[in-house]
Design a binder for this molecule. Structure first.
Ligand code: FMN
Length: 266
């Protein structure tokens, strides 16, 4: 069965998941590549995903060993009719726990046919100069692994007569999934003196939590602490000052130093 098109579906506030998914698509090696970026707030709509002779690559980051609730909600609005899918999670060199299984299950429920899965590493959203965690990942080696994975998927699918030949794999993770246990009502803040009101933070925010009034205002009740606003602020005006988050970043920076490698299942 030849693959003639790929559709990349991802939620990726700080872009590491997008890079991995694109790397896999390069390895699959077809010219017809379409993106469905579920990160902007406006992407949260219901839609049918039908790709004839195509492969879908679905990617999401790991938050507290699970999918970000916002990503899961957006992915649950997709409907497919047996389209083969590669399931990918990207995590910040700590652990991915139940996130891969959760995304796998969610894809099955939406009507996709998962054919392969991978857990890759991306720079941790909480990484800063003072608390570095998996800086620069996915790096050249990770992206090479992603391309090799894409190639292997193409070969595997090339050997099949039709989708009926796809046998279901098992991916790591437990059900019921772990409690996500994320902090609530905490968000990055804007240092007024440094802010240029360029509104990059407003457009980077996947939940519309940031607005520009007379100054930049953030609604912590809808912020998902993805840190896209911090990473996207060239003036360095967005910072996470909350002591709990800073403490977690310090702990991760010292406990997650040893390099984890991508894991692939197919
Ligand atoms: C709220 C939150 C929770 C996170 N939890 C985990 C985790 O449990 N394990 C881990 O290794 N990385 C964790 N990360 C790091 C992200 O999974 C990682 O930075 C990922 O590359 C972000 O993907 P993106 O660039 O596509 O947004 C977390 C990040 C955030 C913002």
């Amino acid at each position: 069965m030849a693959i003639n098109s790929t559709r990349l579906i991802y939620f990726s506030p700080t872009q590491t998941t997008r890079k991995v998914v694109e790397g896999i698509a390069k390895g699959v090696g077809v010219d017809d590549v379409e993106h469905l970026d579920l990160t902007p707030p406006g992407a949260a709509v219901q839609r049918q995903v039908d790709t004839r002779d195509g492969l879908v690559i679905i990617g999401a980051p790991v938050y507290a060993g699970r999918l970000p609730a916002e990503a899961a909600a957006r992915l649950q609005r997709l409907m497919a009719n047996g389209t083969p899918a590669v399931i990918v999670v990207v995590y910040g060199n700590r652990a991915y726990e139940d996130a891969l299984l959760e995304l796998w299950d969610l894809a099955l429920e939406a009507g996709f046919k998962p054919v392969a899965a991978g857990a890759f590493i991306g720079e941790h959203s909480y990484s800063t100069v003072a608390t570095p965690i998996a800086v620069g990942r996915p790096d050249t080696e990770d992206l090479r692994a992603a391309r090799d994975f894409g190639r292997m998927i193409r070969e595997k699918m090339g050997m099949m007569e039709d989708f009926g030949d796809i046998s279901l794999l098992q991916v790591p993770g437990n059900f019921p999934y772990r409690e996500s246990g994320l902090f609530s009502s905490i968000s990055p803040v804007t240092q007024e003196a440094a802010c240029t009101k360029c509104v990059r933070c407003v457009s980077a925010c996947p939940t519309g939590a940031i607005v520009l009034q007379d100054k930049v205002a953030t609604d912590p009740s809808i912020c998902i602490r993805c840190c896209a606003c911090i990473k996207g602020c060239s003036a360095g005006a967005r910072t996470m000052t909350d002591p709990h988050v800073r403490q977690v970043a310090e702990q991760l920076s010292s406990s997650c130093r040893s390099r984890k490698e991508p894991e692939m299942f197919l």
